[in-house]
Ligand binder design. Structure first.
Ligand SMILES: Cc1ncc(C[n+]2csc(CCOP(=O)(O)OP(=O)(O)O)c2C)c(N)n1
Ligand SMILES: [Mg+2]
Length: 476
């Protein structure tokens, strides 16, 4: 019995060792023939020592994935000749009782290109950004800020019922969109309207959705910020956390079956990674080799729950490897780093038919939503530090100014023009008529089930009984 127990212990230890030693993408070194950010080596380390100097992201000219041999050298070599044939590949035995550490002393490195002052910190390991693209990125980030200011205010004035800002996450929103092709399908959480903005969804269209008017594609049936657009390959927001992730994998698999030159990009927060759907989606994507890019906006908070109360892993990036998904950690407040990492990810996802996980480190500078007051659960200084020192928009502005592509005059012209445009769109959206009440019940069933007919009848009777409680401008 003792013998059997000790044997099974050995097998379990070997299996566990194998899981981290042989990264699922380490069958061979994979190289793509142009400049791409290197996947942080720290995620492939095989013992609990810090990664060797010079192996952090950003110090190589091409993607480099470590081979099995590379990693195996860190292990006990005494029993190397003895390999067990096991589903998934051979497993080397070891005579040492060695548990995998629960964490590494040094956390997975974070890829960045610009420092907090907008200076380039590495010379060649990032995508080329032309003046035209840089200015489009900046203009879109400023537009997002201006939309947030006006819509947030409109909610405070009681003109719309709800709003969510993207303050602090403008670079993730815009730079990721800039790295993609319009054919790529976006499956969002809810804090990524910038992707839609980049693709040409107009300020008027945003306003129509927030006011739930007749021109809203959702016919006023959703809360504000639940944008969606077939034309822009942007799935409608579903704020049921993480439910979009398995859908994204299914959509990616269908692109692969149809041999499309496109991938699916799905966004979620750190809170989303704490849901079961995240784990199901990662595993499903890995096994089905679906071309999907998971972009996690790790902004430190899931409403009032900080990441330290959500998980004990080194963030989200390390979980990719457990599922056999290539992963990278990126400074989410560095637009150029985001653009470069996502361009590389897209290339790998489509060319190699595989999922990629990106953990973008950022901070939710605004309250969770208009229903929240975040000063009740986090220090004002913390918010202020991210709002000022780590502001992604100011950082990018410094970079374009350093390139002589931008100046104060252009800045004030842009901000004035955009604000006027948004205020105008809000006025138009507010004045527009509302969709008829009957629309609440259409578009799901071909023939309305009796339960819904009863609900419709009951709603109409309630309105008749309480006419003053119902907005007079709603067509019945
Ligand atoms: C399944 C589910 N559980 C709970 C909620 C309530 N809820 C709405 S947003 C949110 C936090 C999500 O945090 P995160 O994914 O980090 O996104 P962030 O708001 O930080 O962008 C929660 C718990 C929900 N919408 N859906
Ligand atoms: Mg969060």
């Amino acid at each position: 019995m003792a013998f059997l127990f000790s044997k099974s212990k050995q097998i379990v230890a070997s299996l566990l060792c194998e899981k981290i030693a042989y990264s699922p993408f380490s069958q061979s070194s994979s190289r793509i023939g142009f400049h791409l950010p290197r996947i942080a080596r720290a995620s492939y380390a095989t013992d609990d020592s810090p990664p060797p100097p010079g192996t952090a992201a950003g110090d190589s000219e091409s993607i480099e994935v470590h081979s099995r041999d590379d990693i195996a050298h860190h292990r006990d070599t005494r029993d190397n000749s003895s390999v067990m044939d096991f589903p998934g590949g051979g497993i080397r035995f070891t005579s040492q009782i060695r548990f995998l550490p629960e964490s590494y002393e040094e956390r997975v490195h974070c890829y960045r290109v610009l420092d907090d002052d907008g200076n380039e910190i590495c010379s060649n390991d990032f995508a080329n950004v032309t003046e035209e693209i840089a200015l489009k990125i900046y203009t879109n980030m400023v537009t997002l800020q201006a939309m947030d200011a006006v819509f947030y205010e409109a909610q405070r004035q009681g003109r719309i019922s709800f709003y969510v800002t993207t303050i602090g996450e403008e670079a993730i929103n815009i730079a990721s969109a800039a790295a993609l092709s319009d054919d790529d399908i976006i499956v969002p959480q809810y804090r990524e309207p910038g992707v839609l903005l980049w693709r040409g969804f107009t300020i008027q269209e945003f306003a129509n959705q927030c006011f739930g008017n007749n021109s809203d594609y959702g016919k006023g049936r959703q809360m504000p910020i639940h944008y969606g657009s077939n034309k822009h390959n942007y799935f409608t927001v579903s704020s049921t956390i993480a439910s979009q992730l398995p859908h994204a994998v299914g959509a990616a698999y269908s692109l692969k079956m149809d041999k499309k030159d496109a991938c699916v990009v799905t966004f979620f927060g750190d809170g989303g990674s704490s849901e079961g759907d995240f784990h199901a989606a990662l595993n499903f994507a890995a096994v089905m080799e679906a071309p999907v890019i998971f972009i996690c906006r790790n902004n430190g908070w899931a409403i009032s729950t900080p990441v330290k109360d959500q998980f004990r892993s080194d963030g989200i990036v390390v979980r990719g490897q457990a599922y056999g998904v290539r992963s990278i950690r990126v400074d989410g407040n560095d637009a150029i780093a985001m653009l470069s990492a996502i361009k590389s990810a897209r290339e790998m996802a489509i060319m190699e038919g595989r999922p990629i996980l990106i953990e973008a480190l950022t901070y939710r500078v605004g309250h969770h939503s208009t229903s929240d007051d975040s000063t009740k659960y986090r220090p004002a200084e913390e918010i202020q530090w991210w709002r000022t020192t780590r502001d992604p928009v100011a950082r990018f502005r410094k970079w374009i100014e350093g390139n002589n592509w931008w100046n104060n005059e252009a800045e004030s012209e842009l901000r004035n023009r955009i604000r006027k445009e948004i205020l105008f769109a809000v006025q138009v959206a507010e004045k527009a008529s509302k969709p008829p009440i009957a629309d609440i019940f259409t578009d799901v069933y071909d023939v309305l089930p009796s339960s819904l007919s009863k609900q419709e009848q009951s709603l109409r009777e309630t309105i008749k009984r309480h006419p003053k409680d119902y907005p007079p401008d709603f067509p019945l």
